[in-house]
Design a protein around this ligand. Structure first.
Ligand SMILES: [Zn+2]
Length: 56
């Protein structure tokens, strides 16, 4: 993982903890990647499993 992505994920985690909606993340906690790079993944497009709770 490149440092820019790692920093962005950390920033999104902090923003989400501060109240930002998960849909506003620019990174994907599930895939540890940029949201735009995995937004078509079945994990995200299948409503039954759309909501993942990230690990503590
Ligand atoms: Zn993803």
């Amino acid at each position: 993982m490149d440092k820019k992505l790692a920093a962005a994920i950390q920033r999104d985690n902090e923003l989400e903890d501060a109240g930002m909606h998960g849909d506003d993340r620019k990174t994907c906690w599930t895939h540890q990647s940029w949201a735009e790079e995995c937004e078509n993944d079945p994990v995200h497009t299948n409503p039954s499993v759309a909501h993942y709770y990230r690990q503590a």
